[in-house]
Design a binder for this molecule. Structure first.
Ligand SMILES: *Cc1c(COP(=O)(O)O)cnc(C)c1O
Length: 301
């Protein structure tokens, strides 16, 4: 697949976090800054799309479609990636068409994506929607699937001394990125995902489904108590935490995924769930464009 303009893998870097809570617990914490790849294409979404695009190409499709909300990192990443690889793209967007498009959808449209709005009820029946389109390659909502995991497994190529890490932490939506990380980790590394949805307990199984027999033997953990109210929900505490990360560590985060995951990472280090002498790799999965929805959401006090 051609690399979209402005996408720059050279810009990915590891940022070591310096903080009292790390020194006191004798833990090293490095952040893999996938957010640096591109201002709009979310870090992990770009990795996840790679093999879907290749599959579509191999099968002779000229158009690709997928599903998402008005601020979906997946939708805008798909629009960019398709334009650059020479595919037509179609976005099935949840909810009636608004008077004014979100910045996410404007960006997707600018990349040539055809947007189709469907009511929240109709959106539930994806198979029905698919029947209205012919000769189109479908990618599941959020890029869930084994080809997505295969792409995500390449994330750690960006980390030279990956085997030296004891723990790998990242935000979890569909679990596809985590599955990719499990694939490339060794059995003595602990892979920890932070679910950004409330009570999404089927994740464990959804992740297992993306793993082959050998990788299914590896243990991994999904934390369910750092959702801050649920998917796309936000509290004042989370906003304060995001400001703190920016001011103290020059670390930008998004409120949907990376801020919640980083908050969890800090808590499990402080609570010594991650033991002394550990070396932690936090995957900053990107998604900063999602903060454009912040002015429109209700912050839970
Ligand atoms: C989609 C996304 C995730 C979660 O990825 P999954 O593979 O769906 O679990 C994490 N962080 C960001 C910024 C994302 O856009």
């Amino acid at each position: 697949m051609n690399v979209p303009d402005n996408v720059n893998f050279q810009k990915i870097f590891l940022q070591q976090i310096k903080a009292d809570w790390l020194i006191e617990n004798n833990v090293e914490l490095n952040v893999l800054r996938l957010d640096e790849i591109h201002p709009i294409i979310s870090g992990t979404k770009f990795f996840k799309l790679k093999y879907y695009l290749k599959d579509a190409q191999d099968k002779g499709f000229s158009a690709i479609a997928s599903f998402g909300g008005a601020y979906s990192n997946h939708i805008v990443a798909l629009a960019f990636a398709c334009r650059n690889a020479g595919f037509k793209s179609v976005g099935i967007i949840r909810g009636e068409k608004p008077k004014q498009l979100s910045s996410t959808l404007l960006n997707a449209k600018e990349s040539g994506m055809q947007l189709h709005f469907v009511s929240r009820i109709d959106y539930l029946n994806k198979n029905n929607i698919k029947q209205n389109f012919k000769n189109i390659y479908w990618i599941e909502e959020g890029g869930y699937g084994t080809l997505g995991a295969q792409g995500a497994s390449e994330i750690i190529k960006c980390v030279k001394d990956f085997p030296q890490y004891t723990h790998i932490i990242c935000a979890v939506g569909t679990g596809t990125t985590l599955a990719g990380l499990i694939q490339t980790s060794s059995s003595n590394q602990k892979v920890i995902g932070v679910s950004v949805m409330k009570n999404n307990y089927e994740l464990q199984q959804k992740i297992q489904q993306l793993l082959n027999k050998k990788d299914r033997k590896k243990s991994f953990t999904v934390l369910h108590n750092f959702h801050f109210g649920g998917y796309g929900k936000c509290t004042n505490k989370l906003i304060d935490f995001m400001h703190e990360l920016q001011q103290q560590h020059q670390l930008p985060t998004d409120f949907v995924y990376t801020a919640k995951a980083f908050y969890a990472a800090k808590q499990i280090i402080i609570n010594k769930i991650i033991p002394s002498n550990s070396r932690v790799l936090f995957i900053h999965t990107g998604g900063l464009q999602g903060n454009s929805s912040l002015p429109f959401i209700i912050i839970i006090s």
